[in-house]
Design a protein around this ligand. Structure first.
Ligand SMILES: *[C@@H]1O[C@H](CO)[C@@H](O)[C@H](O)[C@H]1NC(C)=O
Ligand SMILES: *[C@@H]1O[C@H](CO)[C@@H](O)[C@H](O)[C@H]1NC(C)=O
Length: 278
């Protein structure tokens, strides 16, 4: 009985840590397996303060649980850190730059929220994953603000008792639970999303907002950041070159690596890859 109680006490904080946040706002690898801070070109507000770059990915145990860039906008402002471009970005964690039509990759920690029968429950919900751009230069008041213009619905992940192990363990998945290495580290494994910059967005600096509802009974989570949007990739590239960053575009893990039965069989033979991808 004593052991059971001890387990409960240890287990509860992990279960209660029902949080997540965007760690990188312009990541170089879509559907990747493991976080690599060197692949991150753009960061959300206050990323240096929250130690998102050099800290362990997804960690939120340090400093008495205060170092989590998560946010419940029903309880606080829509954005955890109010807009202040000069102070929210640093040389180490600069603001992202996008171009019209770009497919942008975002990363986030799983924080136990993946339906994976091999190591967790099959019925871990995923309810809504949306991207917004803000109309205007000020933070909107709240999650229902008409200033939030939806630009992408990133889908939801499959979950449910009736689903097979195969469905639940197949990646990539749409939605939040696109976390291929979840079972290796359910708390801190990396998930990725991608979203597209609309072709009709006005070039210039914009506020972007991510919203995740994991369960309709739980308030949504949000992360806010700025990005400079360029009309063309050439414009974006010039900006990244001038600030010492890569001009590579998103590449997909499954196109770059040759995966056989869950094992990376690199180096990829380009001719084989061409046959696989079409
Ligand atoms: C907890 O917070 C206090 C005050 O902010 C800080 O001095 C202390 O180092 C923190 N403890 C841990 C384990 O991070
Ligand atoms: C990008 O995201 C969309 C929307 O979630 C998804 O349908 C698509 O499969 C993703 N693309 C890749 C290459 O993963």
């Amino acid at each position: 009985m004593k052991l059971f109680v001890a387990l409960l006490v240890v287990g509860l904080p992990a279960l209660a840590a029902a949080h997540s946040w965007i760690v990188c706002t312009d990541y170089l690898e879509n559907n990747g397996w493991y976080w690599d801070q060197a692949k991150c070109r753009g960061w959300p507000r206050a990323a240096t303060y929250y130690n998102l770059r050099f800290g362990a990915f997804g960690t939120h145990i340090d400093n008495n649980y205060t170092w989590r860039l998560d946010n419940h906008p029903e309880e606080r402002a829509l954005c955890r850190e109010p807009r202040d471009d000069d102070r929210r970005y640093t040389e180490e964690t600069p603001m992202a730059a996008y171009f019209l039509g770009q497919e942008v990759v975002l990363t986030h920690p799983a924080n136990n929220h993946v339906a994976e029968s091999k190591c967790r429950w099959r019925n871990t919900m995923d309810w809504e994953n949306l991207m917004f751009v803000v109309d205007g230069d000020d933070d909107p008041c709240c999650i229902d603000s008409p200033k939030l213009i939806q630009i992408m619905d990133m889908g939801v992940s499959p979950y449910g008792r009736e689903l097979s192990d195969e469905v639940l363990a197949t990646y990539p998945k749409p939605g939040f639970q696109n976390v291929p290495k979840f079972c290796e580290d359910p708390d801190d494994a990396m998930g990725t999303y991608n979203f597209t910059i609309p072709m009709d967005l006005q070039p210039g600096r914009h506020i972007f907002v991510w919203k995740w509802i994991r369960d309709p009974a739980v308030p949504p989570f949000t992360t806010c950041w700025e990005a400079d949007v360029f009309a063309t990739k050439a414009g974006r590239d010039a900006h990244y070159l001038a600030t010492g960053r890569s001009t590579e575009d998103m590449w997909d893990f499954y196109k770059v690596h040759n995966i056989v039965d869950g094992v990376i069989m690199d180096p990829v033979d380009p001719s084989i890859n061409e046959i696989i991808t079409g």
